[in-house]
Design a protein around this ligand. Structure first.
Ligand code: FAD
Ligand code: DHB
Length: 401
């Protein structure tokens, strides 16, 4: 079967779904092709913290209603070390900017519902998705769906298929530069049926390794512990996980509440950037182009920032034939991406125990933790990165003489 659209979007994660929604608001046709089932995509527990810019984008895209009703606004975080909680008042340090706890599962559900309610094409369980014709600027997407072979012609391909997708590997190796780092630790994450034991997130540094207390709602907690990236989840009984959490999050006068563990899994951690984020009519966005370790809560927020820039560029392309936005897309995104890469690396290396590191390294970490909690300059720097820098502030500086 042969079909046509203006933009073929590969992947129905936050990047692909939001790109489809933003294009729809400007009357641009798109087809979204997703390899997994709707249930799988909607249940995949990942990020939970939205930056203010992300919140505003979701509102402007018309999918902010449930987020505003159910999301939990946060104005700061705690760093826990030396058995004490140290508050970083981000709202005060950043002229009133805040974050919101609203799970990626919920963002995805809202975007899927909006698309299906509008009767727009979103195909789950597509098999063997492949790109062709990029060299001749006549992109063609082949895929199989419900047993039938399809060919989708388009002007632009949105490569939103995550780190393990097919879009980035389609680009000839000599047209792409990549940078990356793998870390000697992973995160074991649990979702627990218990009210959060804290009003704001706790990032903990301890002699046993990193831990994070986050949440999903007023009745559900999300918690993480640093583990070996090759560890098997079968080695971690619920009792063992809670015991580690108690020890790593321990601080004077504070207590962790336990609850039934509803979900658990181990994620490896890596940094990765591919550039440029464009190859002819293929535009990469989100995890397809870059990965950050999760400690700075940047992955989902970067994906949203990419597609916001991309949607503007596509609106100009289709409305007036101007390709300036598409030409500038990669550079505009990458300056912000590298800022987030640095911040995520900084938070990760400040808070995790590197098994190769020595006592000197640990003292440096402790010194840095004391500095970012006691110096207004250092805590302001951490805060403005955490709440999310506006796009303009991550752009290259103007040349001055
Ligand atoms: P994805 O969400 O990966 O979406 C890509 C989509 O493309 C998927 O639905 C996939 O099924 C689909 N796809 C893949 N291949 C194909 C194909 N060939 N054809 C069609 N479709 C395809 N970030 C945080 O900020 N905090 C966290 O705690 C956090 N935890 C994470 C835990 C895990 C296990 C992972 C993997 C990521 C985590 N992240 C976290 C990062 C964050 O979730 C991602 O940055 C975010 O999902 C990026 O969105 P995306 O749409 O670019 O990619
Ligand atoms: C969550 C994940 C993060 O990586 C983070 O830095 C903060 C919160 C979360 O899943 O809630």
């Amino acid at each position: 079967m042969s079909e046509r659209t203006q933009v073929a979007i590969i992947g129905a994660g936050p990047a692909g779904l939001l790109l489809g929604q933003l294009l729809h608001r400007h009357g641009i046709d798109a087809v979204i092709l997703e390899a997994r089932s709707r249930d799988y995509v909607e249940a995949r527990i990942r990020a939970g913290l939205l930056e203010q810019g992300t919140i505003e984008t979701l509102r402007e895209a018309g999918v902010g209603e449930r987020m505003d009703a159910e999301g939990i606004v946060h104005g700061g975080i705690y760093l826990c070390f030396d058995h004490a909680l140290h508050h970083i008042p981000m709202r005060e340090l950043t002229n009133g900017r805040t974050m919101m706890i609203y799970g990626q599962t919920e963002v995805v559900k809202d975007l899927v519902a909006a698309r299906l309610e509008a009767g727009l094409p979103l195909l789950f369980e597509c098999e063997d998705v492949a790109l062709d014709g990029l060299e001749h600027d006549e992109p063609l997407v082949r895929y199989r769906h419900e047993g039938a072979e399809h060919e989708l012609r388009c002007e632009i391909v949105g490569g939103c298929d995550g780190f393990h997708g097919i879009c980035r590997p389609t680009i000839p190796a000599d047209a792409l530069s990549v940078w990356g780092r793998e870390y000697p630790y992973g995160w074991l994450g649990i979702l627990a049926d218990v009210a959060p034991s804290t009003d704001e997130l706790i990032y903990a540094y301890s002699d046993r390794g990193f831990a994070l207390h986050s949440m999903r709602s007023h009745t559900r907690s999300r918690l993480y512990v640093q583990v070996d990236p090759d560890d098997d989840i079968a080695n971690w009984s619920d009792d063992r996980i809670w015991s580690e959490l108690h020890q790593r999050l321990a601080s004077d006068g504070w207590e962790l509440r336990e609850g039934e563990v509803l979900d658990k899994g181990i994620t490896p951690m890596r940094s990765f950037v591919a550039a440029p984020m464009r190859y002819r009519s293929l535009m990469l966005a989100g995890d397809a182009a870059h990965i950050v370790p999760p400690t700075g809560a940047k992955g989902l927020n970067l994906a949203v920032a990419d597609v916001t820039v991309l949607a503007d560029a596509l609106v100009a392309h289709f409305a007036s034939g101007s390709d300036t936005g598409l030409d500038e897309y990669s550079d505009r995104c990458l300056t912000r991406v590298w800022r987030a890469e640095h911040f995520s690396w900084f938070m990760t290396t400040m808070l995790h125990l590197d098994p190769q590191d020595d006592a000197f390294g640990r003292e440096l970490q402790r010194s840095q933790l004391r500095y970012v909690t006691r110096s207004t300059a250092a805590s302001t720097s951490l805060a403005e990165n955490y709440v999310g820098l506006p796009l303009e502030q991550t752009a290259p500086p103007a040349v001055t003489r």
